[in-house]
Write a protein that binds this ligand. Structure first.
Ligand code: SF4
Ligand code: SF4
Length: 485
């Protein structure tokens, strides 16, 4: 075991009440709302039609292009509707379980080759369950030296990884071993925080019968669960700015992803359900819920006892990194790890922001080693190139800088806006460049065709002139009586 550290960060109150209760199963809702785009790539292509009956585990939609993932039916159901606009939405009405679920062919987890494990993970539609939902098979395509399972659930209120480890530690370890073999890594480590004693005990208890791994128990610190921060805390290695963990041979996978990999390989189960923390002062009984993908947020909150009277704000994700939801219709996606309901008393007071006093507190806590106050100034001055040069795109939007700023400046929201704007402008430039290239290619083609036509006409003209010249010569010869009869 080790106790490392990473640059910056904060000690925050964990508020992990949900970790103390057993995982609660949410029954299938009246209607499942399954998004066709649950991953960074394009929306998956539906393979079913409205009115069709589907069986649990049946392939509903096929991955399209890079970073896409297959989608499977979470239960026996009837397809109610398919909307392919935006992120796309399949609505399913669960039906009685009359017939077997569809499973992928069994694969021996002890002997399966690396490429067979990767193919199985792709076929089961497994993506990263820590939030990013990046397709796991794509991440495994690059060889690694070490795999770290990320159980360092550092954001307040989120507790699904903690509870998963307490109840299903062996499946997580075995899934981690499959991930290690699938990318050819030499070692497997599992990282948790020191305020997860029950998870630690469960991992140690499972260790005797499970594949070898090293357990890292880290001091609880936010945002330790970020990939770069975790690597720094566990291995003492800094991922270079602008680089990725794979550049230094490290693969970081969420512990929930490891469990999903184990189920996909050993049980042939596609990813059709996940654990989600339902927490905050606005729910009756904070708890980790196991629910089918597509379950509306309203049902998840119902599984946690419902809303309290003073429920005031609904957040998808953690209280610091999540986004506000306007209603509770949202269907659970593979990457959704938390639903937070804040009570009136928990909503941060709106404070008027003041000018920066250059105290440097934001830079001290920034885990990405940025100078947030400088980025803020560059943003105000419209100095876009300096924003990029000073690492705007390395900002992980953890909001640690906001928490310590005595001037109450909404730094993270500003950085998020600048990133969106600059990415949008880059996309527009790329689209304009592509359009200009297409225009120039078309012009060149039209000019080439016009030149070819002119050349053909000139050739035709030359032939006509030559023919006329021959005829004239013949006429002259005939006139002189010397020509052919
Ligand atoms: S939000 Fe960005 S700038 Fe602020 S502390 Fe986190 S990584 Fe640093
Ligand atoms: S913490 Fe706030 S006031 Fe202090 S330097 Fe950073 S932005 Fe300025």
């Amino acid at each position: 075991m080790s106790a490392g550290g990473f640059h910056g960060g904060l000690k925050l109150p964990g508020r992990k009440e949900a970790a103390a209760r057993p995982i609660r199963r949410c029954p299938p809702p009246a209607v499942l709302r399954v998004a066709l785009r649950q991953h960074p790539g394009e929306a998956a292509l539906p393979l079913v039609a409205a009115g069709q009956s589907v069986r649990e585990g049946q392939l509903l939609a096929r991955a399209v292009g890079p970073f896409g993932a297959d989608l499977h039916a979470p239960c026996h159901a009837e397809v109610l509707s398919i909307d392919e606009s935006g992120d796309g939405l399949l609505c399913l009405r669960p039906t009685a379980e009359d017939g077997d679920a569809i499973r992928l062919p069994l694969l021996d987890p002890d002997t399966a080759a690396a490429d067979a494990i990767r193919a199985r993970i792709a076929a089961a539609g497994v993506v990263g369950l820590g939030g990013a939902a990046f397709p796991t098979a794509d991440k495994l395509a690059i060889a690694r030296e070490a795999v770290i399972l990320n159980g360092a659930e550092c954001e307040p209120l989120i507790a699904c990884d903690n509870r998963l480890l307490q109840e299903r530690a062996e499946a997580v370890i075995r899934g981690g071993e499959l991930l290690r073999r699938a990318c050819g890594a030499g070692s497997l480590r599992i990282a948790i925080e020191e305020d997860m004693p029950a998870a630690r005990e469960a991992l140690l208890a499972a260790k005797a019968d499970a594949p070898a791994f090293e357990l890292d128990v880290l001091p609880a610190r936010y945002p330790q669960g970020g990939e770069r921060q975790l690597i720094e805390a566990v291995l003492g290695i800094e991922v270079p700015r602008g680089g990725l963990p794979r550049d230094i041979g490290i693969g970081v996978f969420n512990v929930g992803t490891a469990e999903a990999v184990w189920r996909a390989v050993a049980e042939g189960r596609p990813l059709t359900r996940r654990l989600v923390s339902v927490a905050g002062g606005g729910v009756v009984e904070p708890v980790v819920v196991e629910a089918l993908i597509g379950t509306p947020v309203a049902e998840l909150i119902g599984a946690a006892g419902g809303y309290r009277e003073d429920a005031a704000r609904l957040i998808l994700g953690g209280p610091l990194t999540g986004r506000a939801l306007a209603d509770d219709d949202h269907g659970l996606r593979k990457g959704d790890n938390a639903i937070v309901v804040l009570s009136t008393a928990e909503i941060p007071e709106t404070r008027t922001s003041m000018p920066c006093i250059r105290c440097g507190a934001c830079a001290t806590v920034c885990p990405a080693r940025l100078q947030p106050q400088l980025l803020w100034q560059f943003g105000l001055a419209g100095q876009d190139s300096r924003l990029s040069d000073h690492g705007l795109f390395d900002c992980i939007e953890c909001a640690a800088c906001d928490l310590v700023c005595p001037s109450h400046i909404a730094l993270t929201a500003g950085f998020r806006e600048h990133k969106l704007r600059l990415r949008g402008e880059a996309l527009e430039r790329a689209a304009a460049d592509a359009a200009r290239e297409r225009f120039e290619q078309r012009q060149a083609r039209l000019e080439r065709e016009a030149a070819e036509r002119a050349e053909q006409e000139a050739e035709q003209q030359r032939r006509l002139l030559a023919r006329d010249a021959v005829r004239a010569a013949l006429e002259r010869a005939r006139a002189r009586g010397k020509g052919p009869p």
